[in-house]
Write a protein that binds this ligand. Structure first.
Ligand code: PEP
Ligand code: MN
Length: 341
């Protein structure tokens, strides 16, 4: 249920209603909008009746949330959420770009990538230290050593660091070095992991599972939000279909659909979404034109020698020209590309 407070409701009245909601055994998520404050009362709604909250002081109305996801829904929060981490911003008219190699491989590789993507206009550095690989014989990542190199690259450039966390036990370790915790496609429905990052202070980039429906995707985000972490970005990274000309099928209609259903920023991953470096520039432009709030792009100093996903990674010059073109497209659709302050 959504408890909509009157425009001029006092802080005491808001607090009183939060207490009432909690007393009913529901979780209270407070959203302070420009116009008014609303309290999402989330939990088993069968145990309470709307009328019991409607008579509270300063309450304008009590509405049901029709979507299966609650805190993620636009019904609850009509204004778009903007995520802001160091110089990186995404959402509410600002397009943020995260770029860097699939995997951290060495100090030279990650630091040179960080400088190059920053020069081209990215505001966050991506790089995997814990890699979810299809085969156990493939490179599994540099683990904590890789996290340390990411932190070093942040020190040198000021870029926010985005890196994947694969298990509940590793959340604390990864959060020590990262600014944004990435939940990979393979873990989108690892509910204990979602709860663990929901308890973390760090922003989360949640990738869509390759076979997940949008409702499943939003319910996965709900697990994180429900633990109190409101800094969640949704990442469309392509789904499995019968098509074989691309690694996955990248559905850009996800962007307007999610914008209608949720206030959370929508990020597009054209690298995993296509699996071909030559497709990445055009799909980046298409994503920005289609309203994406951000992009996550694989960039490598020498894609040919990359330890993972080289075939879909851009080299530095191609990333730079892609960014320049994205800035023009963003302006054409009344958005701005986030820049380092
Ligand atoms: C990645 O970002 O390198 C990655 C493994 O992504 P996904 O979880 O989308 O496959
Ligand atoms: Mn990758």
């Amino acid at each position: 249920m959504i408890v909509v407070m009157e425009k001029n409701a006092s802080e005491e009245q808001v607090q009183h209603m939060i207490d009432r909601v909690q007393h009913l055994g529901l979780k209270a998520h407070v959203i302070r909008g420009v116009e008014r404050t609303v309290i999402a009362a989330v939990g088993d709604e069968r145990i309470t009746k709307a009328e019991s909250l409607e008579s509270g002081p300063g309450v304008a109305e009590v509405l049901p949330i029709l979507a299966p996801y609650k805190v993620a829904s636009r019904e609850l929060k009509p204004e778009s959420t903007q995520i802001s981490v160091l110089g990186f911003k995404a959402g509410a008219g600002v397009v943020g770009v995260m770029a860097g190699p699939c995997s951290v491989e060495s100090e030279e590789q990650i630091v040179s990538s960080a400088h190059a993507v920053k020069k081209a206009g990215a505001t966050a550095l991506r790089g995997g230290a814990f890699k979810p690989r299809t085969s156990p014989y493939s490179f599994q990542g540099m683990k904590e050593e890789g996290l340390k190199l990411l932190a070093l690259a942040r020190e040198e450039t000021g870029l926010a660091v985005v890196t994947e966390v694969m298990s509940t036990e590793e959340v604390e370790l990864v959060a020590k070095y990262a600014d944004v915790l990435q939940i990979g496609a393979r873990n989108m429905q690892n509910y204990r992991l979602l709860e663990a990052v929901g308890k973390s202070e760090r922003a989360v980039l949640l990738k869509r599972g390759a076979s997940a429906t949008i409702d499943e995707f939003l319910l996965a985000a709900e697990y994180i939000l429900n633990e109190g972490n409101s800094n969640v970005m949704l990442c469309e990274r392509g789904i499995r279909t019968f098509e074989a000309h691309t690694r996955f099928t990248l559905p850009l209609a996800t962007i307007p659909y999610l914008h209608r259903k949720t206030h959370l920023p929508v990020i597009i991953d054209p690298s995993h979404g296509t699996g071909h470096a030559y497709m990445v520039p055009d799909m980046s432009l298409a994503a920005v034109a289609g309203g994406a709030d951000g992009l996550i792009i694989e960039v490598h100093p020498t894609p040919e020698t990359a330890a993972s996903d080289g075939y879909q990674s851009l080299d530095f010059p191609t990333f730079e020209s892609t960014m320049a073109r994205c800035a023009k497209v963003a302006a054409a659709v009344d958005r701005t590309l986030c820049r380092m302050p």
